[in-house]
Ligand binder design. Sequence first.
Ligand code: ATP
Length: 256
Amino acid sequence: MSGVTELTEEPARPAPGGTPVLELRGLRVFYGAIEALRGIDLTVHEGEVVALLGANGAGKSTTLRAASGMLAPRSGEVRLRGERIDGIAPHDLVHFGIGHVPEGRRVFPRMTVRENLEMGAYRFRSPDRADLDRVFTLFPRLKERTSQLGGTLSGGEQQMLAIGRALMGRPELLLLDEPSMGLAPLIVQQIFDILREVNEQGTTVLLVEQNAAQALQLADRGYVLETGAVTMSDAAPALLADPRVREAYLGEGAAG
Ligand code: ATP
């Protein structure tokens, strides 16, 4: 049985690659006359972490916004577990179990950590103690600061709070927009370690990142977007090894 690693524990996470959780088909999104997405096809399977890479303005945030219903596509389809969700009003979409952690975090600055987290459970009648405990176990820093106002937290803590808030909605799909932005490398590492844990506990993840190396180390697969279109998609190790990706997104000079 060479090459087979013996598992000491039953993995909580299903083997990635099975059922599609999110499917984007021929997605076109406009801002006025600007065509931001020019027919995106993308699939995220149950249990996967998928990274979305690309330069500034490539359309990564727009893809997440269209996937979570914040933006209506001009044409194309968004499917969650096979069900069309494009065209559903955002306030109805919250019941579909998509958690979106937007760029810039957007925690409520004048609410406490606890209140911010409770807001994340708004699709339920009341916040669940077990969800709160799970978030505090993942992010002990937040537990130490339950009564502190969101606006007084450090950037890394605000990112943790934004992720924790999304987890309070018990999402089956977590969309993350640049969680590493503006954070020190040590904090970024902590956040990516926690994202791995969240994924191992069963949450499927679609991750937008400028930090391509970090994203591809966590991800199973990745897509590269250029000016609103997918130009590459492959397994994460293959993208990490690809000279075009290395040159454009991993800061390596052109190979001689
Ligand atoms: P970044 O890393 O800079 O956020 P991105 O890949 O996420 O880049 P998007 O923010 O999705 O890119 O933007 C895609 C295109 O749509 C860009 O040309 C951008 O200028 C444009 N765009 C984004 N948001 C708006 C908006 N609210 N109004 C008009 N144009 C927009």
